[in-house]
Write a protein that binds this ligand. Structure first.
Ligand SMILES: Cc1cc2nc3c(=O)[nH]c(=O)nc-3n(C[C@H](O)[C@H](O)[C@H](O)COP(=O)(O)OP(=O)(O)OC[C@H]3O[C@@H](n4cnc5c(N)ncnc54)[C@H](O)[C@@H]3O)c2cc1C
Length: 414
């Protein structure tokens, strides 16, 4: 029977997986718990949604990733609550006890209480949602081919993306390229002038984390790619047929993709810990929960401020927090005090499509082809598994050379 402390990690995303790996040589037994059996590389989800990649190439089974690590086990189950006093997780598969707990359950789409959006819009947070978007977009073109009413036909091929952050920008650019470079060949009878891709942003600029000139360059590039970029456009309602904006304008559209908000995963609200903006769990600078030093919260689910502002919900934050949580558990076992987390910002990147990206790295701004190459390399390096890297590289090369997207099957009809 083991007498080593048991560290339970909830979530096998960027935070959880990196924490489990960082504990490889620690004198502990680690149990990683996730409701999916795979780690998902979310930054490339939009390429699944736009038929560029198959889901398998951006995800990898957790057991495969961790198979060489001897002190780790995996449990496929949904965590439904935490009994902090008993140091026990409630899960669909029964209770799991812990000595240390790392909560890394990530985030979910935030519809800001707009129920109609929740029902009719598409989120982009997991493989199912990306596949739903892909199936729906392709089905819209099929239906448009047989729709006799011109207004309804135009609405079928009007695609609205909401949110001018990196996800919205990347999604809108990729969608426009899918349509204008690839689908036009499959639908030669379609009047391409009917097709519209709109990117709606509530504020007066895109890409808030980047300097204004880069944001303006991204907006211009999107216009070049025939994406209609609208600033100051706030969505008030959507019924699946038309988007109503605050101010009264109505845009008939059969598709609305919501990339305008993220908040902590619903589990954060169920664990009974103090939360802050976006439902994220407030933690100490050491990433421990006040009053529960054995509990760490990291990644999108954690609320930590940097220079008075909450840290962004991005992968580097989750990965760096994972390192600090693992370090602090090791230090605790050795009788040493915990260290505080400090974020080292590696920079921000966003691609707008082929040959086009913007990058802001350590105070340097660049754009166009060089930024696009950096984007490609960074994403390939970060993708887990050699097979996935190879498959993604081949898909990108094929798409680049032949203007083709391989994953254009409608696998489910809504
Ligand atoms: C479309 C999209 C594009 C993005 N692009 C970028 C980008 O370009 N660059 C960047 O840095 N960041 C990007 N991000 C953000 C980045 O993916 C997140 O910040 C990062 O994944 C956070 O890591 P995490 O470990 O906190 O959560 P996640 O990686 O989301 O992992 C959370 C895990 O917890 C599991 N889980 C949740 N609840 C439960 C439960 N109750 N029971 C069991 N398991 C549970 C989930 O299944 C998941 O595996 C993007 C996100 C999205 C959605």
């Amino acid at each position: 029977m083991t007498t080593r402390p048991r560290v339970v990690v909830v979530g096998a995303g960027f935070g959880g997986l990196w924490a489990a790996r960082a504990l490889a040589r620690a004198p502990v037994d680690v149990t990683v718990v996730d409701r999916h059996n795979y780690h998902l590389f979310q930054p490339l989800l939009y390429q699944v949604a736009t038929a560029g990649l198959e889901p398998e190439s951006i995800a990898r089974p957790v057991r495969t990733i961790l198979r060489k690590q001897r002190n780790v086990d995996f449990r496929l189950t949904e965590v439904t609550g935490v009994d902090l006093a008993r140091r026990e997780l409630a899960t669909d598969g029964g209770p799991i006890g812990y000595d240390y707990l790392i909560l890394a359950m990530g985030g979910e789409t935030n519809y800001f209480g707009l129920d109609a959006l929740r029902r009719h819009a598409f989120g982009l947070k997991d493989i199912d949602e990306a596949e739903l978007i892909k199936n729906h977009v392709l089905a819209c073109f099929e239906h448009a081919m047989t729709e006799p009413d011109p207004d309804r036909r135009r609405a079928l091929v009007t695609f609205v993306v909401v949110g001018g952050g990196p996800t919205g920008v990347e999604m809108a650019g990729a969608l426009s390229e899918l349509i204008r470079l690839v689908l036009v060949k499959d639908y030669p009878r379609l009047n391409v002038k009917d097709v519209r891709v709109l990117l709606l942003e509530a504020t007066d600029r895109l890409l808030a984390a980047m300097p204004a000139p880069l944001a303006a360059a991204a907006a211009q590039k999107l216009w070049d790619k025939l994406v209609e970029v609208r600033h100051g456009a706030v969505v008030a309602d959507y019924d699946g047929q038309a988007v109503r904006l605050k101010g009264g304008e109505v845009v008939p559209a059969g598709t609305l993709i919501w990339a305008a908000g993220v908040r902590a995963a619903s589990l954060a609200a169920k664990v009974g810990l103090p939360t802050a903006a976006q439902g994220r769990v407030r933690v100490e600078p050491t990433l421990q929960v006040a009053g529960h030093p054995e509990v760490y919260v990291i990644g999108d689910a954690a609320y930590v401020e940097n220079d008075g502002k909450p840290l962004p919900m991005v992968a580097p934050v989750a990965m760096q927090m994972a390192q600090v949580a693992a370090t602090n558990i090791r230090r605790g076992l050795a009788g040493q005090p915990p260290v505080a987390f400090r974020f080292r910002d590696p920079g921000t990147l966003a691609t707008i499509g082929r040959n086009a990206a913007v990058a802001y790295i350590h105070g340097f701004s660049f754009r166009g082809f060089p930024a696009w190459v950096v984007w490609l390399v960074v994403h390939l390096i970060q993708l887990i598994g050699f097979r996935n890297k190879l498959v993604v590289l081949i898909n990108w090369a094929w798409d680049y050379l032949f203007y083709e997207r391989g994953a254009r099957l409608i696998t489910r009809r809504g």
